[in-house]
Design a protein around this ligand. Structure first.
Ligand code: GLU
Length: 399
């Protein structure tokens, strides 16, 4: 099994737990990356492809995400290794909760992620015996479920904020109504991003999932409200094969002309093979709705070719910002308001600095988060005066 320990650096991870329950067969991983700002926050991913290394990378993304969003949380992530539809998901979820109970919620506060839903959070919180053990719970339990579209809403805010800045500075020459957006992934994040963009007059011309790709050449793009209605009660896009959609192979998403690409599914999908294709097809901006969808090399390649990649831990922070509002016992409306406020502010700050300094926005955003976590780590050590002076981002980070 790939080891997360190889990745140890000055930030973490603080704990890597691999658990196995012989009674249910459940295998899981918990990585608590950094808790200097508060309990590690992050969802539980339930998928056969989960590895300790992937969970570590996702936990690190949460460390930067919570810091960049100014939340009193550190970074962590859970992973259960199986297809949730092929195992007894209730007993596996209970079993995972039982195994990691000593850390919840003092060091780890869970939430939903790929493969988990608000119902899993209800099971998790009850098994831990503490409603504060996770967020993204059903509204009946005082939760603000991520199924309300908090992450997708944040992605649409990120895209529009970045678009407006780049347009004002003449770094992209497109009108909003001409812009063609393509979204990979039509689950809880991609479908809501499509809906909110459509509501704001930005046309979505293609969406894909594991089963296929739906594309529209119509000058108005896809009819998103209709697509969402047609998808009711269906699990995947290929279930629409008897409808009037232009349903193609899922990989054709990398073969069509577009302006903005939103990866909203799994990690590593923009890589050495696909990045040149996106470039050739006219992409001008990538908004990372999924976690770690772009490899390091591909991100540099796109930047060098003047394609703006809006980093995941800024663009998809809507979910965890909503989680924070739930944690505070506030309302759904307050969650959406705070998401809009924080994401707009972050994208403006990072993108403007990246343009001014001629640097990749990911580099600027990472430095910003590092600085915040660095100060929190100094405070944890009791070095308050050093922490208060450590405002210069060029500070050498040695702890
Ligand atoms: N799974 C979401 C993410 O990756 C939400 C995490 C959370 O709310 O803790 O950002």
């Amino acid at each position: 099994m790939t080891s997360a320990w190889e990745e140890i650096d000055e930030w973490g991870p603080e704990k890597v737990l691999q658990v196995y329950d012989p009674d249910t067969g459940m295998k899981g991983v918990l990585v608590i990356d950094n808790t200097s700002k508060g309990p590690g926050k992050g969802g539980i991913r339930f998928a056969p492809s989960v590895t300790p290394l992937e969970v570590f990378r996702l936990a690190r993304t949460m460390t930067w995400k919570c810091a960049a969003s100014g939340l009193p949380f550190g970074g962590a992530k859970g992973g259960i290794i199986a297809d949730p539809n092929k195992v007894d998901r209730v007993s596996w979820m209970k079993s995972f909760a039982k195994m990691i109970r000593p850390y919840c919620p003092s060091q780890y506060i869970a939430a939903t992620d790929v493969g988990t839903t608000e119902l899993d959070m209800a099971i998790f919180a009850h098994e831990i015996g503490d409603m504060r053990a996770c967020t993204g719970k059903p509204s009946e339990l005082g939760g603000i479920p991520h199924e309300l579209g908090t992450t997708g809403y944040g992605v649409s805010v990120a895209l529009q904020t970045a678009f407006d800045i780049l347009k004002e500075l003449k770094l992209i020459q497109l009108s909003k109504s001409q812009t063609r957006v393509v979204i990979q992934g039509f689950g809880n994040v991609g479908s809501f991003a499509a809906r909110f963009l459509d509501q704001n007059g930005i046309k979505v011309v293609g969406v894909s999932d594991v089963s296929g790709f739906i594309y529209s050449k119509d000058k108005n793009g896809l009819n998103i409200p209709k697509l969402m209605k047609d998808m009711k009660g269906k699990a995947k896009l290929s279930d629409l094969k008897d409808y009037e959609y232009d349903l193609r192979d899922k990989d054709e998403i990398f073969e069509i002309d577009l302006d903005i690409f939103i990866p909203a599914a799994m990690g590593g999908v923009i890589n050495n093979k696909t990045a040149p294709k996106l470039l050739g097809n006219g992409v001008k901006m990538v908004v990372e709705a999924a976690n770690i969808p772009t490899t390091v090399d591909a991100c540099e390649y796109l930047y060098k070719n003047k394609i703006w990649v809006i980093p995941d831990f800024l663009a998809n922070a809507g979910g965890v910002i909503g989680s924070f509002v739930e944690y505070q016992g506030r309302t759904e409306k307050e969650a959406f308001d705070l998401i809009e406020y924080k994401i707009t502010k972050n994208i403006k700050e990072v993108l403007t600095e990246a343009i001014m300094k001629e640097e990749n926005p990911r580099k600027i955003a990472t430095e910003l988060s590092e600085q915040i976590v660095y100060r929190a780590m100094l405070l944890r050590k009791g070095a308050i005066s050093v922490a208060r002076e450590a405002y210069d981002r060029k500070d050498k980070i040695s702890l």
